[in-house]
Write a protein that binds this ligand. Structure first.
Ligand code: HEC
Ligand code: HEC
Length: 234
């Protein structure tokens, strides 16, 4: 027996139609401005941004608030952190999903900028003299002669970076894993600038930066301070 053709399609039409029904009212977000709510959020960031985790993100203490809020917003919009191939960045892309409004961005950026920088173990060695020469020629115009940064040029200070993270990011800029989005003006500039730098150049640059204006040195207690997944540069 032949059924009318439309009957074959009916279940599909009903199924698709059901998907279009307003199943739930659009959530009306209630912003909780309390310090308690923000403490909970800071604790969630600390899961990855403290020194304890083996698979962690960078220590953010003392970074500039404008740079922190810029970056959090880049993660929110997918300008950074949207590529699963860039594993650590993608992790942060997931981490940022809790942040849903500008108040939280400003609070978190400000909170981290006010924390005391922590000493870091020196994981990168290199030729400091060569690093200085390269830094002066290639980096100082934007990041400042003492790595102090220049907000007008969107260039962050480089004085709060742990060596492993510094190396990691330079390699990502060089390969285009960071700075891939055409809307990412700063990231694209950095990506272009690092294209011709060898690993030797990077080691020299980083050894010089940390020696000259970097974080205070911490004595290595264990290997835990370098995340297990990161390419160990030594
Ligand atoms: C699941 C782990 C995870 C969570 C949770 C997380 N992050 Fe991250 N975050 C990372 C990783 C990993 C990176 C480094 C990304 C990369 O390699 O480029 C990062 C990078 C960042 C950066 C960029 C720093 C720089 O120097 O460019 C900022 C800012 C940041 N996170 C802020 C936060 C804040 C604020 C929170 C809490 C709302 C948070 N993160 C939660 C893992 C996480
Ligand atoms: C034309 C200006 C310019 C020059 C020259 C430049 N940078 Fe940058 N740099 C930037 C900008 C802008 C950013 C911010 C990128 C972003 O928003 O993601 C940045 C970001 C960085 C970061 C990321 C910091 C973090 O917390 O993740 C590092 C590391 C860095 N630069 C190192 C260097 C080094 C080393 C040199 C020299 C080889 C250099 N830069 C030369 C503009 C510059």
């Amino acid at each position: 027996m032949h059924l009318p053709a439309f009957l074959y399609f009916l279940p599909i039409v009903v199924f698709l139609g059901a998907g279009c029904q307003p199943t739930a009212k659009k959530k009306n977000e209630v912003i909780d401005y309390s310090t308690e709510a923000m403490d909970v959020m800071v604790a969630e960031c600390a899961i990855c941004h403290g020194t304890q985790e083996a698979q962690r993100g960078p220590i953010l203490n003392g970074m500039e608030h404008w740079y922190l809020s810029d970056q959090i917003n880049k993660f929110r919009s997918g300008i950074r952190g949207a590529r699963p191939s860039n594993r650590s960045e993608h992790l942060m892309g997931v981490g940022v999903r809790k942040v849903s409004n500008d108040f939280q961005v400003a609070y978190l950026a400000n909170w981290y900028s006010e924390q005391t920088p922590l000493p870091a173990i020196r994981t990168i060695s290199g030729d400091i003299q060569k690093g200085k020469e390269l830094y002066t020629r290639r980096c100082a115009s934007c990041h400042g002669p003492k790595g102090e940064g220049n907000r007008q040029l969107l260039s962050p200070s480089l004085s709060k970076l742990e060596g492993w993270y510094y190396m990691d990011q330079m390699r990502k800029f060089r390969s285009g894993e960071r700075g891939y989005d055409y809307r990412d003006e700063g990231g694209q500039a950095m990506s272009a600038i690092s294209k011709d730098l060898s690993d030797f150049d990077l080691r020299n640059l980083i050894a010089y930066s940390i020696d000259s204006f970097g974080l205070e040195e911490a004595l290595p207690i264990s290997d835990d301070l370098v995340p297990a997944g990161s390419k160990k540069p030594f």
